[in-house]
Design a protein around this ligand. Structure first.
Ligand code: AHG
Ligand code: MN
Ligand code: MN
Length: 339
């Protein structure tokens, strides 16, 4: 498929690539595309209307929810529920997963979706890019019965599709179904996504490191050592530091330019901050499909067997050789692996 075809055309012409060709997954990605347009519209007018600020609730992780988080969550939940294409959804903004039953009270759909409806939410009121992250699995329990927790607690390597939307200087939808990564840019004038970044690849080496270095004192020694290495004058180092504070945007930049993103464990957050199911697994799937690498510093993210919906995990992700270098530093402190 050549550049400038629309996302709609791309989905149709690639349907045959899917292992199961009922068209269900295509319809599912289509509804994410529609939800993305609605959320994009809202994100872009956030500066104009009084939608900013906390909604007054805190989410299940005890963080303040901003109004746009709530809104984005509602839109994605609604679009995915209405069209009867999934049998269950788990969202970072919901305490538990939601079961979806069809009109006949049975659900014959095969897919579950896990979603971080608004990633980087602390950036909303300062006009900095935010995103949405999604992850799709086939259910493991029998079709026609209500979904169970085990349908959501699958290893990341079982994902059938994953992607993100970045609401940035331009809005892009980037996704994979296990056949490489493709990026589509929204033309807001006509509301159409066009294939602008076919077959995206992480450069094997990079010169950008992205980490919240403000928490340096809390980091494990392996991370401290790696940061010192990034900052040394030697070969192509020192590297550039770039940290937006929106995983989606930091990842997107690093995939294009070459870089590593790290959210490590720390003495205040032994499991790190990012959620395995809503953030790390989908990003790890994309990273690997783009020739990059994602680990928790020791273990491949996609191999981790989840035990709870809102589980957190340390995250090292990006250009292959950079992640390998970082792992080399972590390996010197095996005792930090299970913090
Ligand atoms: P969310 O807005 O969904 O809660 O995710 C924010 C995440 C991630 O996007 C970002 O990289 C990281 O939290 C920033 O955390 P710090 O402010 O601790 O650096
Ligand atoms: Mn997030
Ligand atoms: Mn979020």
């Amino acid at each position: 498929m050549h550049k400038h075809s629309t996302l709609g055309e791309f989905i149709i012409s690639n349907q045959k690539q899917f292992k199961y060709t009922s068209g269900e997954l295509s319809r599912l990605i289509n509804s994410i595309r529609l939800a993305a347009k609605v959320v994009n519209h809202e994100v872009n007018k956030a500066g104009l209307v009084d939608i900013l600020g906390d909604a007054g609730d805190t989410n299940v992780q005890g963080e303040d929810q901003q109004k746009l988080d709530v809104y984005a969550n509602e839109i994605f939940m609604k679009k995915l529920t209405n069209r009867q294409i999934v049998c269950g959804i788990a969202s970072e903004e919901e305490d538990d997963f939601v079961t979806i039953s069809g009109n006949d009270k049975k659900n014959n759909n095969k897919y579950v979706v896990l979603i971080d409806p608004l990633d980087g939410s602390s950036n909303i009121d300062v006009n900095v890019s935010v995103g949405t992250i999604f992850s799709i699995y086939r259910r493991v329990t029998p079709v026609g019965t209500p979904v169970q927790k085990e349908d959501f607690l699958q290893e990341g390597k079982k994902q059938v599709a994953a992607g993100y939307i970045v609401y940035g200087t331009s809005t892009m939808l980037v996704y994979t179904t296990g056949h490489g990564v493709n990026g589509f840019t929204l033309n807001p004038a006509i509301g159409t996504f066009y294939l602008s970044h076919p077959d995206m690849k992480f450069p094997e080496d990079g010169q950008i490191y992205s980490i919240n270095e403000g928490y340096y004192v809390h980091f494990p020694q392996g991370v401290k050592d790696y940061l010192k290495y990034c900052q040394e004058e030697e070969g192509d180092r020192p590297y550039k530091a770039r940290y937006i504070g929106s995983l989606v945007s930091d990842f997107h930049r690093n995939m294009i330019k070459g870089g590593i993103y790290i959210y490590p464990s720390s003495s205040v957050g032994p499991q790190g901050k990012l959620r395995l199911l809503y953030e790390c697994n989908p990003m790890a799937f994309l990273a690997e499909q783009a020739g990059g690498k994602a680990t928790d510093g020791y273990v491949r993210i996609l191999d981790i067997k989840p035990t709870e919906l809102h589980q957190r995990v340390p995250f090292f992700c990006g250009s292959k050789n950079m992640v390998i270098d970082a792992e080399g530093f972590m390996a010197k402190y095996p005792e930090d692996a299970n913090y």
